[in-house]
Write a protein that binds this ligand. Structure first.
Ligand SMILES: *Cc1c(COP(=O)(O)O)cnc(C)c1O
Length: 229
């Protein structure tokens, strides 16, 4: 596992996707998802030039945060239990998984400054996935104006687990359409600039479809729970 080489490969793949879709690679932030790996591996990612780390559990985030502090920007990408908000709120720069009013209310209450939040959308409709249905997003976001510490900076989705490119593409397109709809409302509390979509297996398609944040674990830092040591 050579994180630095993985990063170069991924950057090249992002460049290729940008060329295909007429985008500028500087529009895309790579988030290294370190949930399966050690602090050492996370440090390798930072040494290679990664500036954003993502974790999906409060305990995993805290363990790494205690060592790395605010060297990277921290992204909370997993489903967040309301009672755990207080553990992470002063450590994270982004929360990608706002999917209910009670969570927004708790973020608003615990935060001491506006937190960049992404609303999670379940585009594929799979029951196992968290997130709002696409049709619910606009109304939900309008209701968030009552929470000054919740800045709606974008939308996030997890694509279905499939290699069917057309299905993936349509999923990302749909998220983008909803994002554009929200953006055009020009709501002060919801600039909705970001599209967090794309993981190890599908980030190139996501970039072609407008992703501004890709969340990459396995392809970038590996998965130590599956590695032979
Ligand atoms: C684990 C995870 C990722 C990264 O998955 P990989 O397939 O390892 O790249 C991205 N987003 C979320 C929400 C995750 O939980």
């Amino acid at each position: 596992m050579n994180v630095s080489e993985n990063l170069k490969t991924i950057q090249q793949q992002i460049n290729d996707a940008c060329i295909k879709s007429g985008r500028n690679p500087s529009e895309i932030t790579i988030i290294a998802v370190t949930k399966y790996v050690s602090i050492e591996r996370a440090q390798e990612a930072l040494a290679a030039g990664v500036e954003h780390l993502g974790e999906n559990r409060d305990d995993g985030l805290l363990k790494k945060w205690n060592v790395l502090q605010d060297k990277p920007s921290w992204h909370f990408i997993g489903s967040l239990q309301t009672r755990k908000v207080k553990n992470v709120i002063d450590k994270v720069d982004y929360i990608h998984s706002v999917d209910r009013l009670s969570l927004a209310e708790e973020i608003n209450k615990r935060a001491t400054k506006p937190i960049k939040c992404l609303v999670q959308v379940n585009v594929s409709g799979e029951e196992s996935k968290h997130g709002l249905e696409p049709e619910q997003v606009v109304d939900f976001i309008k209701q968030l104006k009552d929470y000054p510490n919740v800045l709606v900076d974008g939308l996030m989705t997890m694509a279905p687990f499939t290699e069917n490119e057309a299905v993936l593409r349509e999923c990302f397109r749909q998220l983008r359409r909803v994002r554009d709809e929200v953006k055009h409302l020009n709501l002060e509390h919801a600039p909705c600039r970001e599209l967090s979509m794309g993981m190890s297996n599908d980030f190139q398609i996501a970039v072609e479809e407008g992703a501004t944040m890709v969340r990459i674990g396995t392809a970038l830092v590996g998965n130590e729970s599956e590695e032979v040591t």
